[in-house]
Design a protein around this ligand. Structure first.
Ligand code: GUN
Length: 285
């Protein structure tokens, strides 16, 4: 069984990015700048945001987290976003989700300049993905494809089943798997909570991507022998963070599987850094 080690892959990609940033700044370019906006004190978000800022600084970026009170009004938040849109030394703006219920997340995502939308959540970037045009792609799906590429596991021509249809993972992942590109070109099925016959569809997958938030749900009743399983689930339990796949049951059944933690998570942050550098380079031109 091949362990899809996202931590090792992310370390490798981050090291290469750090070299690129060092080389460009030695030529006189200012470092890439990333702003993370965090509203309230959601425990999981606080950890994610801290990791994003730390990793960005590690590769040589300017990175800052702006902590905002839970009580902030939507107009205050969008005003702040507009200020960072206009700031010349900022290339990437990320609003950590979820936002408090009184703030409309779509309005906030719309306020971010599409050129600085390093999460790839702005409707302009989502539209570019749908149309196959260049743009900033969502970090988790991008990280999953980068992880498969790192291990030379191409889904081209294969049946890829995506379980979960969120705007952050399932929907963009399905589109990216179907793009006419190397390490994509898959035949894609999207499953969700209303799918009948989930087990049979999953069992026909050569590549199975699970993102449902049900710890250990996907065992060998759902997985074909020799399949590639990418686990995008993250559920906090008393035993720590757990994935959607039953790793122990699948370990000697599959060709490859990503662990949780240490699989897709570190790849998401690596792609946030890649997107920030992409935005930095585009804004130079
Ligand atoms: N919350 C959970 N995942 C993400 C993500 O990828 N980006 C942002 N901004 N918030 C999230």
């Amino acid at each position: 069984m091949i362990l899809l080690d996202g931590k090792a892959c992310a370390n490798h990609l981050n090291a290469k990015l750090k070299e690129k940033i060092a080389a460009d700044t030695a030529l006189g370019f200012r470092p890439p700048g990333l702003i993370v906006l965090m509203v309230g004190d959601n425990a999981a978000s606080t950890i994610y945001v801290r990791n994003k800022e730390r990793m960005a600084k590690d590769v040589g970026m300017f990175a800052k987290t702006v902590h905002l009170p839970e009580s902030i009004q939507e107009t205050e938040l969008t005003t702040l976003i507009h200020e960072f849109n206009a700031a010349d030394d900022i290339d990437g703006i990320l609003v950590q989700l979820p936002l408090p219920a009184h703030i409309n997340a779509t309005s906030c995502l719309l306020a971010i300049s599409p050129t600085k939308d390093v999460d790839g959540f702005h409707p302009t970037n989502a539209g570019c993905l749908t149309l196959g045009l260049p743009g900033l792609r969502p970090c988790t799906p991008k990280g999953i494809l980068a992880l498969l590429r790192h291990y030379h596991l191409s889904p081209a021509g294969k049946h890829a089943v995506v379980v979960g249809r969120s705007n952050i993972v399932g929907k963009p992942l399905a589109l990216m798997l179907a793009e006419p590109l190397e390490y994509a070109n898959a035949t894609v099925t999207i499953c969700h909570s209303q799918t009948t016959n989930l087990a049979a569809i999953c069992k026909s997958a050569d590549f199975l991507f699970c993102s449902v938030g049900k710890p250990h749900f996907f065992d060998r009743n759902y997985v074909k022998e020799g399949a590639v399983v990418v686990d995008v689930g993250i559920t906090r339990t008393e035993n720590g963070i757990e994935g959607d796949a039953n790793f122990a049951d699948l370990a000697d059944h599959v060709l490859a599987i990503s662990p949780v933690p240490g699989g897709v998570g570190p790849m998401t942050i690596a792609m946030l850094l890649q997107n920030t550098v992409q935005a930095w380079e585009s804004r130079r031109k």
